[in-house]
Design a protein around this ligand. Structure first.
Ligand SMILES: Nc1ncnc2c1ncn2[C@@H]1O[C@H](COP(=O)(O)OP(=O)(O)OP(=O)(O)O)[C@@H](O)[C@H]1O
Length: 367
């Protein structure tokens, strides 16, 4: 095994309470140089407070912050923000309005004039704003201002970049392009990046690692693929997409449902379980004179549903069903155009390799 590089940013057991209410609870994470970690969670879960403590603008009640092995916050240590070597970029990235673009980018730079000019020119080229140096912020579009803010934050070559919802002020149409450009630049510059967002799509697009946060705690950490495909609980699954839930009772490590039996090892006899499936993993088949497809080991038994509504969303179609077996609603997402009429009978199957089983009692709160 090759040696893992030492993490550039290390956070251990960081906690903070406001007026007796814990808002960040024992948060630990580490980010290597050149890696992007997204702190993802619903509004109010403590993401910004975590970031602010790492930046040094909010004092933790306890915990440890290290950058390149140096303690920034810990017992008897609390280095000021400017001594931490971190770059900051917030939603409200406010450029200095009276300074030119070049002066904004040069703001945090020290050293001789020629070196500063070189670094400013290099960054403006990276953010695709060569020639914009003499302009003032009000002459720039929102997207251009955002790129200047990125150049300004990166100019002093911070070891760690802390970004709090940096794209949320931007027009939807611009956002994806700017996210991709930003990611390319962050990777080139090689800082360890911790990016706060409440948008799963943004985290999936940007992150090497996602740290999913809920009520002050990190509930799951992993590569986007793993967090999406192996959620720790129902709420973690539901944070990334709509979900369908089928309920049942585990007996002898099996749970019988109208979709056939599911393996539910590890659940006690008589324990209620929830089988969770994302809409894109429901399989749809046609009605064959009142019968559905034959059962298979991969997909179990088909159950009949009646189409309530079908909508085309661009990349996929969303079809809502009312199930014959108990009148419950299930939603399937089908790639491309699939718009059966309301009232059509179709058969649904559940891919056994794509569903998640959770204890029913483990239903976690949303935030
Ligand atoms: N200075 C403060 N004084 C009192 N309460 C605070 C303070 N700062 C944050 N909080 C509270 O701590 C909780 C976590 O806030 P925080 O901003 O860290 O959440 P967040 O996950 O970043 O949410 P959002 O995405 O909405 O900014 C919130 O309930 C907030 O009201």
């Amino acid at each position: 095994m090759p040696d893992q590089p030492a993490p550039r940013l290390e956070v251990q057991s960081l906690s903070r309470a406001f007026a007796g209410r814990t808002v960040v609870d024992d948060v630990s994470l580490s980010v290597a140089a050149g890696q992007v970690t997204c702190l993802l969670g619903p509004s109010g879960c403590g993401k910004s407070t975590t970031l602010r403590m790492i930046a040094g603008v909010e004092r933790p009640d306890s915990g440890l912050v290290r950058i390149d092995g140096q303690v920034m916050f810990g017992p008897a240590v609390n280095r000021p923000p400017e001594a931490r070597g971190v770059g900051l970029m917030f939603q409200d990235f406010a450029l200095f309005p009276h300074l030119t673009v070049a002066a904004n980018v040069a703001f945090g730079l020290t050293g001789d004039r020629a070196a500063k000019d070189r670094r400013v020119a290099e960054l403006l080229e990276k953010v695709n704003l060569t020639g914009f140096g003499p302009k003032h912020p009000h002459q720039l579009s929102g997207g251009e201002q955002q790129r200047v803010a990125l150049a300004r934050a990166l100019a002093p070559r911070p070891r760690v970049m802390l970004m709090d919802e940096p794209f949320s002020g931007l027009d939807n149409r611009l956002r994806d392009g700017i996210r991709d450009t930003t990611l390319d630049i962050l990777k080139e510059e090689g800082a360890a990046v911790l990016l706060v967002t409440h948008e799963p799509d943004e985290a999936m697009r940007m992150a090497d690692e996602i740290a999913l946060m809920r009520r002050g705690r990190i509930v799951q950490k992993g590569a986007p693929y793993n967090v999406y495909n192996a959620p720790v609980d129902r709420a973690a699954a539901a944070f990334f997409s709509d979900i369908n839930v089928i309920r049942g009772t585990s007996r002898g490590a099996l749970t019988e449902t109208p979709f056939g039996a599911f393996l539910t090892p590890g659940h006690a006899d008589g324990a209620d379980v929830e089988i969770v499936i994302r809409p894109q993993h429901l399989k749809i088949d046609f009605d064959r004179g009142g019968r559905g497809p034959l059962p298979t080991p991969q997909d179990g038994t088909a159950a009949r549903g009646i189409v309530q509504r079908a909508r085309f969303l661009g990349r996929e179609s969303l079809v809502e069903f009312r199930m014959d077996f108990d009148g419950s609603k299930l939603t399937a997402a089908v790639p491309g155009v699939f718009l059966p009429k309301a009232g059509t009978a179709l058969w649904l199957m559940i891919r056994r390799d794509r569903c998640f089983v959770f204890p029913a009692a483990g239903r976690a709160p949303v935030a």
